[in-house]
Write a protein that binds this ligand. Structure first.
Ligand SMILES: [Zn+2]
Length: 328
């Protein structure tokens, strides 16, 4: 799906707000695109930036003029992109940005645009440097900032930008779109729990990290069905050796959380989202006690991954706590 289609269909408020502002010549100098993990924030930021620069906007980027094509190739000098998903954005990066924008625009249009993807991944000194820049934007300077976690963005940044908040898409629709795109149902069902975008679900489902995490999850669940001892043994012998990095651990724990959320749903009202796991969930329900407490333990383990933590110990701890809660 093209980003323009995505905006029009799933984010109509953002679409209308931006189109109206553009038509009325009332664009803000700084936008903050706020959404959740996996949403196409960077892609939308780039598309909106392109819409300002496009030679033949209709009224958004045409995607086929020379300027649109040059931007796609990363070959347009007056558009700078800093990507917080590739590592922390430092003060030097912001100085590089402000330095190049002190000079006049290089391109004929005379418009300078910068994108900062995931502002929450800026160092405090980088944020300070950025704030000064946001306070005194040049007449033809536009900024598109993005965040997957608005609560981690300083209020001083939020107050200097116009916030465009992304709407969550219905989970069943994400599952359907992912499956139409070729993703297995079981992968689509579980990944849609924490990626609110079919394209992201598809990309993640194809990564080696996901395949490892998924195998570890299946091994762990099967062992839980056998006995507490099997569960602990499998964790040490199969899960810990394969879940080697923080990224794989994060995926694995998030998936485990989805299983326990559905287990809780099943015990309360009989409804489940992970239909491919129907049999396993029903059997687990007869084996695992204190589902709500186990879910809390899993979710708090996820938070502890953000601080430097020993991953093998953390994985062991989760299974120890789940099985300790009196397997039936
Ligand atoms: Zn164009």
């Amino acid at each position: 799906m093209q980003i323009s289609e995505y905006l029009e269909k799933y984010q109509p408020t953002i679409f209308k707000t931006f189109v109206n502002a553009k038509n009325d010549g009332k664009l803000s100098h700084a936008y903050l695109l706020s959404g959740s993990i996996g949403m196409p924030l960077k892609e939308v930021a780039l598309f909106l930036a392109k819409s300002i620069l496009c030679d033949d906007p209709k009224p958004l980027a045409c995607e086929s003029c020379i300027t649109c094509l040059r931007i796609d190739e990363g070959n347009y000098s007056d558009l700078l992109i800093f990507d917080g998903s590739e590592g922390r954005i430092k003060k030097e990066d912001v100085i590089k940005l402000t330095g190049s924008f002190d000079k006049t625009a290089l391109e004929d249009k005379g418009i300078l645009i910068y994108i900062i993807h995931l502002v929450e991944n800026m160092t405090p000194s980088a944020v300070n440097a950025l704030l000064k820049f946001l306070e005194e934007p040049g007449r033809n300077v536009f900024a598109f900032l993005t965040t997957e976690n608005e609560s981690k963005v300083l209020p001083t940044i939020i107050s200097r930008t116009q916030v465009l908040r992304f709407k969550e898409i219905d989970r069943q629709e994400i599952i359907n779109n992912s499956v139409s795109a070729g993703v297995l149902s079981e992968d689509a069902e579980i990944l849609s729990g924490f990626y609110n975008d079919a394209n992201t679900v598809k990309n993640i489902s194809e990564t080696e990290e996901y395949k490892i995490a998924k195998q570890a999850l299946d091994d762990q669940l099967n062992a839980l069905l056998l006995s507490s001892d099997d569960a602990v043994f499998t964790c040490q012998r199969l899960v810990v050796p394969s879940v080697k990095t923080n990224d794989i651990a994060r995926l694995y724990i998030k998936m485990l959380a989805e299983i326990f959320k559905d287990l809780l749903n099943l015990s309360v009202n009989g409804n489940i989202t992970l239909k491919s796991y129907d049999n396993i969930l029903r059997e687990l329900l007869t084996k695992v006690d204190h589902i709500d407490k186990s879910l809390l333990i899993i979710l708090s383990a996820l938070n502890r991954l953000d601080v430097n933590v020993n991953v093998p110990l953390l994985l062991d701890h989760i299974i120890f706590e789940i099985t300790k809660e009196a397997s039936k």
